[in-house]
Design a protein around this ligand. Structure first.
Ligand code: SF4
Length: 370
């Protein structure tokens, strides 16, 4: 296998901690150099070999000649008034993906993409409207976290006070794409995010969100990684779900709920059920009651997300009173249900919105800070 890029250098980010040992060995270095390199890249955020001062000068020169540390290129950054940040990344072949950084009390959560585009075509989603481009490779998934963390740690983010010196504490795979249609690469990316030698993020702080790809849910459970699972349910019955999420025709609600009940949850953990509320479509009190019956017996909490209207969307935001009534109905059935507003509404933080606008060149580009 040729592991060199176009510039004839090996991108070390392409390798997990174990494989890096073989790569380093192949360059004629002692295998323990791999652990040092990992520490520099993933703990210290080094972006060049010259910073790796505990590696001999000879080996650093050899690394500089033959290898590189090349994450996805940050091509745009937009900051919301609520301190949410959105990043647009360019991949090596020119594909574009998005990430969203969400600062919250004591937490810095990064929402990352797993595919360029998406094949599932959910009717309320701009990414879906743009169609599928390709699966992301493991290092293209983790690379989003590497760049975002460099920004946060260096204080290069425009809101310095918010991020300076902070590490990413939580990861959600909820950006562009359906992670469980790219399961092999996503599972490898998750291993690297969890690995103490790499990102070292607890699986309890990682959440994968799926539109309901039943075989993928089983595969993720079988992987034994122990990450949290969220699922976009968005409808109380197959008729409504078929009309807004074509994936439901392949994996209808009964099969989906069974797969969720079978998912191996860590003690005291629950599945997160996401329910995007679309005015006049799925927001009536009887829909809440039907949803409650559908989820009976599933260890879950429910996030109600009023739809974020955007230019060209065919759906409407529900009335505030409908959202409250919906929540109360679920509470009366003993469910934990929260109302979640989308963060960063002013910077188009819903997946696919920045990329969509980028394609139409209507946003002012900011100078990337990395
Ligand atoms: S909501 Fe998610 S799964 Fe559905 S089309 Fe958009 S990116 Fe794909």
């Amino acid at each position: 296998m040729d592991i060199k890029g176009k510039n004839n250098k090996i991108n070390l980010l392409e390798f997990g901690a174990e494989d890096l040992g073989a790569v380093v060995g192949g360059l004629g270095m002692k295998p323990y150099r791999a652990a040092q390199i990992c520490r520099w890249i993933y703990s210290s955020g080094a972006d060049s070999f010259s910073a790796m001062t505990d590696i001999s000068k000879t080996d650093r020169e050899k690394l500089s000649e033959t290898a590189e540390i090349r994450p996805p290129e940050l091509s745009k950054r937009i900051v919301s008034h609520d301190r949410t940040e959105k990043y647009l990344f360019s991949l090596q072949d020119g594909e574009k993906v998005e990430s969203v950084l969400i600062p919250d009390e004591g937490r810095l959560t990064l929402c990352i993409s797993s595919q360029a585009g998406c094949a599932l075509g959910c009717r309320f989603c701009l990414t879906g409207a743009g169609g599928m481009r390709r699966n992301l490779l493991p290092h293209e998934i983790t690379g989003q976290a590497l760049v975002a963390e460099r920004l946060a740690v260096s204080g290069a983010a425009p809101d310095r006070q918010a991020h300076e010196g902070r590490r990413i504490t939580n990861i959600v795979l909820m950006g562009m794409g359906e992670p469980l249609l790219n399961t092999e690469n996503v599972v490898e990316a998750l291993r690297r995010l969890i690995s103490p030698r790499m990102f070292n993020i607890s699986p309890r702080r990682i959440t994968l969100s799926t539109a309901g790809v039943v075989p993928g849910i089983k595969a993720l459970g079988d992987s034994g990684l122990g990450v949290n699972l969220a699922v976009s349910v968005n409808a109380p019955n197959d008729e409504i779900r078929d009309s807004i999420m074509p994936v439901n025709r392949k994996y209808p609600l009964k099969a989906l709920v069974k797969a969720l009940k079978d998912y191996p949850l860590a003690p005291r953990r629950r599945i997160t059920v996401e329910y995007v509320m679309l005015g006049g479509i799925n927001d009536r009190p009887e829909h809440a009651a039907e949803l409650g019956r559908l989820l009976r017996g599933l260890k879950c909490k429910i996030n109600l997300i009023p739809f974020n209207e955007h230019a060209g969307s065919i759906f409407k935001r529900p009335e505030a009173a409908s959202v409250l009534t919906f929540q109360e109905r679920l509470h009366s059935m003993n469910y934990t249900a929260f109302i979640r507003e989308s963060r960063g509404a002013d910077i188009l933080a819903a997946c696919g919105q920045l990329r969509g606008l980028s394609a139409r060149k209507t946003l002012t580009e900011e100078k990337p800070g990395v």
